[in-house]
Design a protein around this ligand. Structure first.
Ligand code: UFG
Length: 338
């Protein structure tokens, strides 16, 4: 069962699961995604996964999903709101949606005795880290946004459950900055409205949907003054989920709740991303330096050793590939709309 399986990371993970022989059931309320993703998944894999359209905040409906689908072996839980700035404006909406859905899923899993759980977490749980690169041993801090805090609180809830229920096992995957798209150009990131994140803003500017990209501050303590992030290809991320599910199903986990960072270990500044993008697509984009965005930290990049050692997973795709696939997707999508 993949909750949020029609979303950006969810849909790429569904493709990777199908390609690895899994039968997938998607639960999604389509609040930030579209049913047509199922056709795209079918074009890529030959299989159209089953979708149950459901709001997991509703405990009765959530229970029904498990009651009528008795052969679920594992749950990957992506379903959540994810816009940082929106969560600052509407914190209750974020706590309500992200935590109710999580708790309803966990309650149903306990009731129907399903014990393998993968959680979609974020590097935001490290706050502004004192030690770089960030290892899983870095202390977590209160994230700067309610969105981020839902991820931190969720991990604490899951930890409590794995402590109390000896059969229940979970893996939390802490993503750095997922970008890129499927090689086919059939699947990619499609944010609702004005993009919050850097890469979709860049591709939409390049394709002419946005006029100018704002670079939020160039006075950070970094080489060129713009913040540094660890960008990771969404397909690498999807593959890590397949490995994590297999680890739980084969009982290979060393503790009942494991957490892994998913990044490449490389940090790129905003200007480096823009420059590489311009080189890869051989086109200039309009950008201007503006004020800092509240809540941004200067530098985040991952230590990749733990995931490599325990999961045998490393990200394989480089920045040029992340950018060219994101660009291919943006162009394909806009052509389809015309
Ligand atoms: N940026 C710009 N202009 C934009 C958008 C972003 O300059 O239009 C900059 C940001 O200031 C930041 C960098 O690009 O320095 C990356 O920003 P993103 O919004 O793409 O990514 P974040 O690192 O802010 O956010 C990511 C995830 C969140 C998560 C957060 C935690 O998208 O889900 O990391 O740090 F909560």
């Amino acid at each position: 069962m993949v909750t949020g399986g029609c979303g950006y990371i969810g849909s790429h993970t569904v493709v990777a699961l199908i390609e690895n022989g899994f039968e997938v059931l998607i639960l999604d309320d389509l609040s930030n995604s579209n049913k047509e993703v199922l056709d795209r998944i079918k074009t890529i894999t030959g299989t159209r996964p089953k979708l149950l359209e459901v709001d997991l905040k509703n405990s009765f409906l959530c229970d029904n999903m498990f009651c009528y689908n008795k052969n679920i072996e594992a749950v990957i839980h992506f379903a959540a709101h994810k816009a940082v700035s929106e969560s600052v404006e509407k914190p209750l909406m974020y706590y309500h949606n992200n935590l109710y859905a999580l708790i309803n899923v966990l309650v149903a899993m306990e009731k129907y005795n399903i014990n393998n759980f993968i959680f979609s977490s974020s590097a935001t749980v490290y706050g502004n880290p004192e030690i770089l690169p960030i290892t899983e041993q870095n202390k977590t801090q209160r994230p700067f946004s309610p969105y981020g805090n839902t991820k931190k609180v969720a991990e604490e809830i899951i930890a409590d459950i794995t402590n109390s229920n000896k059969d229940f096992t979970a893996i939390s995957l802490r993503y750095f900055n997922p970008i890129g798209a499927h090689d086919s150009g059939q699947l990619g990131e499609l944010p609702n409205g004005i993009p919050n994140n850097l890469m979709p803003y860049i591709t939409q500017t390049a394709v002419g949907v946005r006029e100018t990209l704002s670079v939020f501050g160039n006075d950070y303590p970094t080489k060129d003054g713009t913040p540094i992030r660890d960008y990771i290809h969404v397909i690498d991320l999807a593959e890590a989920h397949v490995i994590a599910v297999q680890r739980l199903l084969e009982n290979k986990q060393e503790t009942s709740f494991e957490t892994f960072n998913l990044g490449t270990g490389n940090g790129y500044s905003v200007l480096e991303i823009i420059n590489t993008f311009q080189k890869v697509i051989n086109q200039k984009i309009n950008y201007t330096i503006t004020e800092r965005r509240p809540g941004d930290v200067p530098i985040l990049y991952s230590d990749i050793a733990f995931a490599k050692e325990k999961l045998g997973w490393v990200a394989k795709r480089n920045l040029e590939n992340m950018i060219s696939t994101a660009w291919k997707w943006e162009q394909n999508y806009r052509q389809e709309q015309n």
